[in-house]
Design a protein around this ligand. Structure first.
Ligand code: DXP
Ligand SMILES: NCC(=O)COP(=O)(O)O
Length: 246
């Protein structure tokens, strides 16, 4: 990993819980996954407490908080319930995300421009509780500027569209993400990225030097089936370092 431009890896453990919940068993244990991830070089642990609790449960969040040795990044919707939970649990970071009950996964970023007042209120409460606030947004200047204006100090650029595209269209989306990362950094924000990243598409994203952190989950859980959880994490770290040093 380049020393001048470090790139952190956040391991998202949501889909360890998805597998556990499919049978209502106590395994695989997301807490064990988090601890092993840290041992394998994860720089932080990310988890998304969805309103419908389809993967991570409140009990996971509470049990995990004192176990985390790196940083906990809690993703949650902009609702009074979630903001209250976050203020009680006090993760290092909260990443506010858009949520629709019926979606398969997070579609698009938060519309900070449209929901400015509600996002500002949530951000202020979290910041007053000593939590760093990140907003999960599309790579658009007006959303990035609005994120800064509501008082967030971090943004996470949604890479889901990039991950779903290929060829020239993917190149164009990569350029959009690159420009957005530069804009965010220039106005003083920490810029992260994530969603849909995998071993096959992470290199060009890792090469964007303005990015500080990538959050990756689903593809790492999938890779772990074939080569093991810890190997999937060390391989991803290796690829990120390759992308960064290119
Ligand atoms: C906000 C985000 O990108 C992740 O939390 C991702 O959504 C993983 O969880 P889901 O698959 O439930 O969307
Ligand atoms: N914020 C993105 C994230 O945490 C992981 O998303 P994915 O890799 O599960 O798509």
């Amino acid at each position: 990993m380049s020393k001048n431009y470090p790139l952190e890896l956040g391991i998202n453990i949501d889909h360890v819980a998805t597998l556990r919940n499919a049978r209502g068993t106590i395994y695989p244990d997301p807490l064990k996954a988090a601890c092993l991830a840290e041992e394998s070089g994860a720089d932080l642990i990310t988890l998304h407490l969805r309103e419908d609790r389809r993967h991570i449960k409140d009990a996971d969040l509470i049990a995990l908080r004192p176990l985390i040795k790196t940083r906990m990044n809690l993703e949650c919707a902009v609702t009074p319930e979630m903001v209250d939970i976050a203020c009680q649990v006090k993760p290092h970071d909260v990443c506010l995300v858009p949520e629709k009950r019926e979606e398969v996964t997070t579609e698009g970023g938060l519309d900070v421009v449209r929901y400015f007042d509600a996002i500002k209120e949530a951000t202020t409460k979290l910041v007053n509780a000593g939590i760093r606030v990140s907003l999960f947004i599309d790579p658009e200047e007006r959303q990035i500027q609005a994120a800064k204006d509501v008082g967030a100090t971090v943004i996470e650029l949604h890479t889901g569209r990039y991950a779903d595209l290929s060829g020239v269209e993917q190149e164009k989306e990569l350029e959009r993400i690159r420009k957005a990362a530069q804009f965010g950094k220039n106005i003083g924000l920490r810029v992260n990225a994530g969603h849909g990243l995998n071993e096959g598409n992470v290199l060009p994203i890792a090469g964007i030097v303005e990015l500080s952190e990538l959050n990756i989950g689903h593809a790492i859980v999938a890779e772990a089936l074939f080569k093991g959880w810890q190997r999937a994490i060390t391989d991803m770290k290796f690829l990120m370092a390759q992308g960064r040093d290119k």
